[in-house]
Design a protein around this ligand. Structure first.
Ligand code: C2E
Ligand code: MG
Ligand code: MG
Ligand code: MG
Length: 293
């Protein structure tokens, strides 16, 4: 296996020497220009209570409003932003904007506002010694209190490095909640949970996919159901909240409710949307509540 890996690395290195270097530099330059031109926009996807169908929070998801290509999804530029280091500045922007917007919603909609915003943090940000200070500044400058902020981290980001553990405990101590994103896909989910002050686990979409298929492939469905059940039981035992990601139909939502999931996120419940669209939704929701009594 080591030999294979060595060979793969060699191939990557050689092909990396050829064209991708310039492509990579070009994208890096483009991203910098885009930041300066304010082409990045934060979208928000509702996180819902599966029982009451009420919005409890949002996840902030960055988009690139490209002048020619239109809305570009983060999968196409976040990896490049990470490689070039531009993720530091982009991440600070998303964090600050998400905090500012959430504070504004709380001020305008009070109890009907989303109670928290979850912001994705990449490994590179987490390893920056200034990260905890950035979070404190974003909260202080926007007036959002720490209990309204969740930081989403992946297992791989948390695993690497030692001073990360210190940063995570500082954030936890400050009252910011930490969520393990894409939970169940990493290699050491269980041991990580012991060492890491997580408050929330997000069951990865891959275990939600096909939860509802009974006849097509019963064995695969059973395996996913087993993981979904193990995660909710683990969360319960450790006193963590669990959120199921990527719910695409009612049958999946039903399965998750039956397993004990309280919170969910997915296209079936609500799509990611611009801040303006979210404000419209909150206004509509408040009107409905007022009309009902
Ligand atoms: P993630 O944090 O796991 O976010 C969930 C992704 O699943 C989002 O994709 C969301 O739009 C998508 N999604 C939600 N519900 C459904 C569903 O029912 N079906 C399907 N197929 N997809 C669903 P998106 O917005 O393209 O973001 C992809 C990834 O990019 C995120 O995965 C996150 O890792 C990263 N990302 C997004 N915004 C940021 C950011 O501001 N900073 C950093 N570092 N990473 C970000
Ligand atoms: Mg996330
Ligand atoms: Mg996720
Ligand atoms: Mg995911």
């Amino acid at each position: 296996a080591a030999k294979q890996r060595g060979k793969a690395a060699y191939v990557r290195f050689v092909s990396g020497m050829a064209q991708p270097v310039t492509a990579h530099m070009r994208l890096g330059g483009e991203l910098r220009r885009a930041l300066e031109n304010r082409e990045f926009e934060v979208f928000y996807q509702p996180i819902m209570d599966l029982g009451t169908n009420k919005l409890v929070g949002t996840e902030a998801l960055v988009r690139w409003n490209h002048p020619e290509r239109g809305l570009v999804s983060p999968g196409e530029f976040v990896p490049a932003a990470e490689r070039t280091g531009l993720i530091m500045e982009l991440g600070r922007y998303v964090l600050r904007e998400a905090c500012r917007q959430t504070a504004a919603w709380l001020a305008e909609f009070g109890p009907d506002a989303p109670r928290h915003v979850a912001v994705n943090v990449s490994a590179r940000q987490l390893h920056d010694p200034g990260f905890v200070g950035d979070v404190r500044d974003a909260l202080g400058d926007t007036g959002l209190t720490p209990d309204h902020l969740v930081l989403e981290l992946t297992e791989s980001a948390v695993l690497r490095g030692n001073q990360v553990s210190r940063a995570l405990h500082d954030l936890d101590g400050a009252g910011v909640r930490l969520a393990l994103d894409d939970f169940g896909t990493g290699e050491s989910s269980l041991s990580l949970l012991r060492a890491f002050p997580a408050a929330i686990v997000k069951l990865d979409k891959s275990f939600v996919d096909g939860l509802e298929f009974d006849e097509v492939d019963p064995a695969r469905r059973d395996a996913r159901q087993a993981v979904a059940r193990a995660v909710i039981q683990l969360a319960g035992a450790l006193g963590l909240e669990a959120v199921a990601e990527g719910i695409e139909n009612e049958a999946q939502a039903e399965q998750l409710r039956a397993l004990g999931y309280v919170y969910g996120q997915g296209y079936h419940l609500a799509m990611p949307m611009s801040a303006g669209k979210m404000t419209d939704l909150l206004t509509e929701q408040r009107r409905a509540v007022t009309a009902a009594g």
